[in-house]
Write a protein that binds this ligand. Structure first.
Ligand code: JCF
Length: 714
């Protein structure tokens, strides 16, 4: 190999060409043919040599440079895997008090006395990324990232390269999905960054990013060179139970060959849980890997199953987070961003500062009251200290949440500093920005004429929980909006015909070729059939989150039924500050408000949005492009799906809350009163007028055991 210093430009050019060919061949051999022809070390050496030559002769860097094939892989490069059992996230606790509250709410839900025995596991919460490994007949068949919890990315080839991860199991259930956290140790992270820097490749901000970037490499050869580790802590689909308890199941996973965290402990009370939390917190710096809290889980798996889930988190587990990290820095500017619903959000631009290992240069300032240090009702925020440009401010960062400004050092404030004046017009479209009574947020009144609102609405529309169109992310939306190609969601579905000729236009664009343009149109067409709840969430209506969208989709047969109910509600005479109960007197409003999880704010915002002519016309244009799929009757095999059930009297095997959420999980609607619409009454001892009314109406009535038998409960 010619010494780099002695290399002429002609020689360098030729060598870069040879390296590109060799590295491409090595990649092909590894992937397509599953037959690596060079060692990892050799591969690394070739890549390094390539980077060194490029660094010395930047103008010779090739369009197909192997260096560019390293970076973060586009998400579209992976196939999707639908999790048979959703991968959940955890609710958070911050204070000791929250841990006591966790315990008492579980006891309340289960109807357990305060002194009844109840054990929990406590384990460090690893700051990595979660992975689900599916084994069938003992063989690892695929590995998937969490993704949005229901669908993740197929990273099987990469997961196979994780050291110590069993490729096959003996004595495991025929189907076993093992879940856990992929992470990188501090030592491996430092070494990786040193190597990356030496070869001119990008370095990572923290071990979590390094682990994520490594696992999500399209090139498994690169993943193989990255020292990833895995702790198992949970499971998904199973053909046979692992054990009766969480701790037993973890032991079983360890026996099967998985690494499990050695600091996992069985605790018998909140006091013991908190004591273990303190112990882990003290050991934190010596563990050699990042953790961000402690996870507690109900140990008894039968109780876990009774407790079940809220919309995205289990009731039987919680993450007790470590306190946030703090740092002081200078506030350089306050920018105002305009969101999807017109909200003006102030953002602090900071002199960059490291907070808990991450460089922070932006922080949220929430709203104008937060800057002023006083709420509309006169309560002090930060002891009443306002925030001014040039101030010395404290930045607070907790886990992965957006950093915020938590304090101001008034002794360092400049004498001539001025109170920050929050804008009263939209910085994007100049429309008036107004604050409604009781709302802490100032909103642009420009609606869709405001480019910021329009773009944010479009970005929301293509986001993960909504239409999730592959290849059409925030960046592309901005680009297309800027070009005037898409102004509202329905335009997305008219892109292909519009671009029969315009394809040329797209192809001329940087980053777009014939194939990527075709792929984009195909990805768009694939979403013409869309789940009802994704459609609803995609509309970007204020207060209409993913969980509420699912609740609505379950209770209305289709979009036109929902829209008609909203139209009827809009006809109801406007009331001043109507209470939820008063509104329920109207059947149209009740058809929304009776749904668990759907409140007044959401209903009002939905009804108002659909009653606005331009908004409605835009939604109608969108709906005309789509086939909106009704929710897969999620438990349509259950005998109670779609039925309206009323519980009355005393339940002896479960609390009312548990009975209600289990019935709802099976697709039933639970109501508090008996009417002609009631399908089933479950009556315990002491049932009175409701049981009589049900008898009068000829409604089927069961006792608690009959109900449990009906839903197939043990
Ligand atoms: O260590 C973790 N990051 C972690 C995440 C540990 C757990 O036991 C978890 C989790 C996420 C979900 N358990 C669940 C159910």
């Amino acid at each position: 190999m010619t010494d780099l210093g002695a290399l002429t430009e002609t020689e360098a050019k030729a060598e870069l060409a040879r390296l590109a060919t060799r590295l491409a061949a090595a990649n092909r051999a590894y992937h397509a043919e599953d037959a690596p022809e060079i060692s990892d070390a050799e591969y690394d050496a070739l890549k390094r040599r390539n980077a060194e030559i490029e660094a010395r002769f930047p103008s010779l860097k090739r369009a197909d440079s192997p260096s560019d094939q390293v970076g973060a892989a586009p998400a579209s490069g992976f196939q999707k895997i639908t999790h048979r059992v959703p991968m959940l996230s955890l609710g958070n606790a911050f204070e000791d008090e929250d841990v006591h509250e966790f315990d008492s709410s579980i006891r309340k839900y289960l109807g357990l006395a305060p002194d009844a025995p109840l054990a929990y596991t406590a384990e460090p919460k690893i700051d990595g990324l979660s992975l689900s490994l599916r084994y069938e007949d003992g063989q690892l068949i695929h590995a998937a990232t969490r993704g949005d919890g229901s669908t993740g990315e197929n990273v099987t080839a990469n997961a196979r390269t994780i050291a110590g991860l069993p490729q096959s199991l003996t004595g495991a259930p025929a189907v076993l999905e093992v879940r856990g956290e992929v992470y990188m140790s501090h030592a491996d992270f430092e070494a990786l960054n040193t190597r990356q820097a030496a070869s001119g490749d990008k370095t990572f901000a923290n071990p979590r990013n390094a682990a994520a970037g490594s696992l999500r490499q399209l090139d498994a050869l690169i993943t193989a060179a990255r020292p990833l580790k895995f702790f198992a802590y949970a499971w998904g689909d199973l053909s046979a139970p692992l054990a009766d308890t969480q701790s037993g199941a973890i032991t079983r996973l360890a026996d099967l060959g998985f690494d499990t965290n050695p600091l996992t402990k069985l605790c018998k009370s909140p006091a013991e849980m908190i004591a273990h939390y303190r112990q882990i917190e003290e050991a934190r710096a010596t563990l050699g890997y990042d953790i961000d809290g402690v996870v507690y889980k109900v140990d008894d798996l039968a109780l876990q199953s009774r407790l079940g889930f809220r919309s995205t988190t289990p009731r039987w587990a919680i993450a007790h987070k470590f306190p946030a990290e703090l740092a002081w820095t200078r506030l350089e500017a306050i920018d105002i961003q305009v969101g999807r619903t017109g909200a003006l959000s102030p953002v602090a631009r900071l002199q960059p500062v490291t907070v808990g290992g991450v460089v922070v240069s932006n922080a949220t300032l929430h709203n104008e009251d937060y800057i002023a240090g006083r709420s509309a009702t006169g309560e002090e925020i930060r002891g009443g200290k306002d925030i001014r440009l040039g101030d010395w401010v404290q930045v607070y960062r907790a886990g992965d949440v957006i950093p915020k400004i938590s304090d101001v050092d008034l002794s360092k404030r400049k004498k001539d500093s001025k109170i920050f004046r929050f804008p009263e017009t939209c910085p994007e479209c100049d429309s008036q920005a107004i604050r409604e009574e009781g709302d802490a947020v100032r909103r642009c009144t420009g609606g869709l004429i405001c480019p910021a609102q329009a773009v944010e609405k479009l970005k929301h529309f293509v986001s993960r929980g909504a239409f999730d169109i592959e290849g059409l992310g925030a960046r592309q939306v901005e680009q297309f909006y800027g070009d005037g190609w898409i102004k509202e969601p329905s335009d997305i579905f008219r892109l292909r015909p519009r671009f029969a000729s315009g394809l040329q236009q797209l192809k001329n664009r940087e980053g777009w070729g014939e194939k990527s343009a075709e792929n984009l149109f195909d990805a768009i067409d694939a979403k013409r059939q869309i789940d009802f709840h994704r459609f609803l969430f995609g509309l970007g209506i204020r207060h209409l989150g993913e969980a509420a969208a699912k609740d609505l989709a379950r209770h209305f047969p289709d979009w036109s039924a929902l829209a008609e109910a909203a139209d009827r509600a809009a006809q109801e005479p406007a009331r001043n500050d109507p209470s939820k109960e008063a509104l329920k007197a109207s059947p149209a409003w009740a058809s929304f408000l009776d749904i668990d999880g759907v409140g007044r704010a959401l209903t009002q915002s939905l009804v108002t949005a659909l009653a606005q002519d331009h908004e409605r016309a835009s939604i109608d244009r969108l709906a005309a492009e789509l086939t909106i799929l009704p929710p897969e009757a999620q438990s349509n095999d259950s005998r109670v799906a779609g039925k309206t059930v009323v519980f009355t009297g005393t339940l002896e095997k479960m609390t009312r809350a548990e009975a209600k959420s289990r019935a709802e999980a099976l697709g039933a609607k639970v109501s508090g009163s008996v009417s002609a619409k009631t399908d089933l009454l479950v009556a315990g001892p002491g049932a009175g007028s409701k049981a009589r009314k049900a008898a009068d109406l000829g409604i089927e009535t069961l006792d608690e055991d009959g109900w449990l038998a009906l839903i197939g409960a043990p």
